[in-house]
Design a protein around this ligand. Structure first.
Ligand code: GBH
Length: 467
């Protein structure tokens, strides 16, 4: 039912699980700073300790083995490896930590997929302008080369940047992620641009200096909802849906997979809005320079984080405000027939994933696709026997199987988000995405498998779904 070498994975990210925020020479990251500011995170919680994977890695490994995963996706903390963000000063204790993680995985026959950047910029680089500053691309490239050089003999799957959309928009427009900037309508486009430049440089470095010897694959992980017009007969809703997809998925995939530039619909919508509002600070969506290595073709596979779907209608109330929402002029609503479980933004729509996979196949010329994140959360009372989430994994994997068999999408693997409950960014520990529950009130941070974890392990073992 699944291809023989299908990758069965689970994913995590450094700041969400590691803790050890000041341990072993680690430098501060923007999430350390952000969490210190009152009112930013639910209950003013933070990732100082989180799941303490910095000290309890072997417990994580036990979980990985019990699930029977073939792959584990995790991220490196840039400021644990390079405390001031630059290769001038390498923190050997950080190198040792990740070497142990990687060596243990390989010894257990689990392939690592390593993300270089999952939201936690070294604070020292934020102090120099962070992702808004053009020079960040070179700094990221140096960090990436350092990681390829140090870990690339054993790591064959690399993600440069996780969800540039989230970092750009939530971090620099909405201000709900670190660094907490609220500069709507301008900063997000600049940040997204520098992230693409950084990604492309790192891919070229790998291609030029490491590919021949290390033989790995490098990509960036994009998040996208699936979107459909609220009223399929309404032309304006159809156009709004196109814009919605262009501003989320298209923003980062058109440059990398299609044209080397942003989607035309995105550029024209932003320009029209600038004109309408009399904005005269120059073009808000930057252009790619011909003097820099091209962004087109800088992905060896398609890495997709999918969580939910939306019905889209022409925006009504976005109005005359300088912000991304009014640029794209598309309102989105949840279909009332979709169950909302856990966090407010997540409606469970497994067949949205199948539709999105088919769209990806058709739009991006049938790439190899890894679903690098997918999951759904629990809030409120703890439920270890989480039958809804068990059903979610079964339903979702059935849609993935159909995408492979019936739509012939080249899906190479699936990573559940997340291996264990962890620090869920601005929701703190109030939202639980784990296949394992972590007891944050117990000093030992015990890990307990949820029923959904047992369900997933069963599917992995059989390599198919019971029907
Ligand atoms: C992933 O992003 C992250 O990669 C991962 O670290 C995280 O733990 C996981 O989601 C679960 O949240 O607050 O109403 O503006 C998923 C993509 C896009 C989902 C932005 C939440 C924000 C909705 N995210 N979206 S809102």
């Amino acid at each position: 039912m699944f291809p023989r070498d299908f990758a069965w994975g689970a994913a995590t990210a450094a700041y969400q699980i590691e803790g050890g925020w000041q341990a072993g020479g680690k430098g501060p990251s923007i999430w350390d700073t952000f969490c210190l500011e009152k009112g930013r995170v639910f209950g003013d919680q933070n990732g100082d300790v989180a799941c303490n994977s910095y000290e309890l890695w072997e417990k994580d490994l036990e979980c990985i083995r019990q699930l029977g995963l073939t792959h584990y996706r995790f991220s490196l903390s840039w400021s644990r490896l390079l405390p001031d963000g630059t290769t001038q000063h390498v923190n050997q204790k950080g190198v040792q930590y990740y070497n142990k993680v990687i060596n243990d995985l390989v010894a257990c026959n689990v392939s690592p997929m390593v993300t270089l950047y999952h939201f936690d910029l070294p604070q020292a680089l934020q102090d120099q302008g962070g992702w808004k500053s053009p020079s960040i691309a070179n700094l990221f490239d140096s960090y990436a080369k350092f990681c390829f050089q140090t870990f690339g003999d054993r790591v064959k799957l690399w993600i440069t940047i996780n969800e540039p959309y989230v970092c750009a928009k939530l971090g620099h427009e909405d201000g709900i992620h670190a660094p907490g900037l609220k500069e709507p309508g301008t900063a997000a486009y600049l940040v997204g641009h520098n992230m693409l430049r950084a990604h492309a440089m790192a891919w070229h470095s790998y291609n030029h200096d490491y590919r021949k010897e290390q033989k790995g694959w490098v990509s960036l992980a994009v998040n996208s909802d699936w979107a459909e017009p609220l009223n399929t007969h309404c032309k304006e809703d159809v156009a709004a849906t196109e814009r919605y997809l262009a501003f989320t998925l298209g923003w980062f995939t058109w440059p990398v997979f299609v044209t080397g530039d942003y989607p035309e619909i995105m550029r024209s919508a932003i320009e029209a809005q600038s004109k309408k509002l009399g904005f005269n600070g120059g073009p808000r969506l930057p252009s790619f320079s011909k003097d820099e290595p091209t962004v087109l073709g800088t992905a060896d596979f398609f890495a997709l984080n999918y969580y939910t779907s939306r019905k889209v209608k022409k925006g009504e109330s976005c109005g005359n405000i300088l912000c991304m929402k009014s640029d794209r002029d598309a309102g989105d609503v949840l279909d009332p027939s979709w169950p909302i479980c856990g966090v407010s933004w997540l409606a469970v729509v497994p067949d949205g994933l199948r539709k999105l996979l088919k769209y990806i196949k058709e739009t991006f010329d049938n790439p190899a696709v890894y679903i690098t994140e997918n999951g759904f959360s629990q809030v409120g009372t703890l439920q270890i026997e989480d039958d809804q989430r068990s059903k979610f994994y079964k339903d979702t994997l059935l849609e993935v199987a159909k995408a492979i068999q019936e739509d012939e999408v080249n899906v190479c693997g699936y990573f559940a988000w997340s291996l264990m409950d962890n620090f869920e960014w601005s929701d703190g520990y109030s939202v639980r995405f784990g296949l394992y529950h972590v007891d944050f009130n117990d000093g030992k941070l015990s890990r307990t498998m949820y029923q959904s974890g047992r369900e997933y392990a069963k599917i992995i073992l059989k390599h198919k779904l019971d029907q």
